[in-house]
Design a protein around this ligand. Structure first.
Ligand code: DNO
Ligand code: MN
Length: 356
């Protein structure tokens, strides 16, 4: 297991590489170039500059999260071929700078969704939460619910100025059901996987968050059946999964320990997001601290499933709470993620030593 920390860039957040460098056991950054729109080529000089900045601070840059997929690819429009060519160029450019893993998702229109970005816990910290009743009939109602409970923060991608665009996109998905979305996924993967193999890059799909359909949009990364289909759609080690416990595990029917064991054994997890959640009902939950006793997952079993099946990929603690008065991008504070890392390392060390 190689422990990493997600970083959005020096212009994007207060946390600096020098801070991350001081978290014990962290060797690398999960990086991103925020201002390149989905569909455009990532230029080599931009990647090189990011790499240099990260390496100068004593860390490595081996994982990118995310190179987002243009909606025309997911919808299957004729323009998709141009975007696929751009994606291939981006893969080659990233590989030329030593990148090994590209995390991405295949969710139509928008990325992850929570209904509360600032949910207060009794200990004085706050975290993100999901209440199914707030994902009502329309995007507008959802936005209102989020605004109400999030103290000025907005869901990324749902900013008011983007709403008109979001609505047009919804209309474009009208004829895209799950079958069609799968077909479009396969078309995309068949086109890019040979490039990945050649360049030595692994694609790692992030599960849908939450793992069910919202506003009638199709979703194809929700459960074991979906994951099985995905890894077989193009049978290559370059077609992998970002195993995110806190997304796929929010459906209580998904046995995360089993799933981790299965896909680790099959060598299809180049990247893992490891965190805990606390169920408030079978569908509502908040993102708890990482410890088993703070949430609903058995984190020892999670780490054991990775460990005992030979996990050697990159991992990050995923989201954390906001603690000790920290403010900023919800889920991405420094302190609670650092605490989470230390705990995950503790579990890992115990697993390593008890094996001998
Ligand atoms: C949330 C993240 C996601 C993830 C994308 C991957 O914080 O886990 O935004 O980066 O879904 O493409
Ligand atoms: Mn995740």
């Amino acid at each position: 297991m190689k422990m990493t920390f997600r970083w959005f860039g020096s212009n994007e957040e207060k946390i600096q590489l020098a801070d991350i460098r001081q978290i014990p056991g962290v060797t690398g950054i999960v990086g991103m170039i925020m201002d390149i729109p989905a569909g455009e080529v990532w230029p080599v000089d931009r990647i090189k500059a990011l790499r240099k900045e990260v390496e100068d601070s004593g860390l490595t840059l081996k994982v990118i999260e995310s190179v987002n997929i243009h909606d025309d690819i997911k919808i299957g429009k004729p323009t998709r071929d141009k975007y696929i060519e751009n994606y291939k160029t981006t893969i080659r450019n990233l590989a030329s700078q030593g990148i090994e893993v590209i995390c991405y998702n295949f969710m139509p229109v928008f990325d992850w969704l929570k209904t509360d970005l600032v949910y207060h816990l009794p200990d004085g910290s706050n975290t993100m939460a999901f209440f199914k009743k707030d994902v009502i009939d329309s995007p507008e109602e959802l936005i209102a619910a989020v605004e109400n409970s999030s103290e000025g923060f907005t869901l990324p991608g749902w900013e008011p100025e983007r709403l008109a665009q979001v609505k047009t996109l919804f209309a474009e998905y009208i004829n895209v059901d799950e079958e069609k979305l799968r077909e479009n996924f396969k078309y995309f993967m068949e086109a890019i996987i040979p490039t990945c193999e050649e360049a030595g890059v692994k694609m790692a799909i992030h599960p849908d968050d939450p793992p069910f359909s919202i506003f009638n949009l199709p979703r194809i990364v929700k459960n074991r059946e979906d994951l099985d289909w995905i890894v077989s759609a193009v049978d290559s080690p370059s077609n992998g999964i970002t195993f995110c416990t806190g997304s796929i595990g929010t459906d209580p029917n998904n046995d995360i320990y089993e799933l981790i064991a299965t896909y680790t054994k099959r060598d299809r997890i180049p990247f893992a997001h490891i965190r805990n959640i606390k169920f408030l009902s079978s569908e509502d939950y908040y993102e708890s601290a990482h410890l088993s006793k703070e949430g609903s997952f058995d984190m020892y079993k999670v780490m054991k499933a990775f460990h005992d099946n030979g996990f050697s990929g990159y991992a990050r603690p995923d989201h954390g709470r906001m603690i000790w008065g920290e403010t900023g991008r919800p889920g991405y504070g420094l302190y609670d993620r650092a605490l989470g890392i230390t705990y995950l390392h503790g579990l890992w060390e115990a697993l390593e030593k008890s094996k001998k």
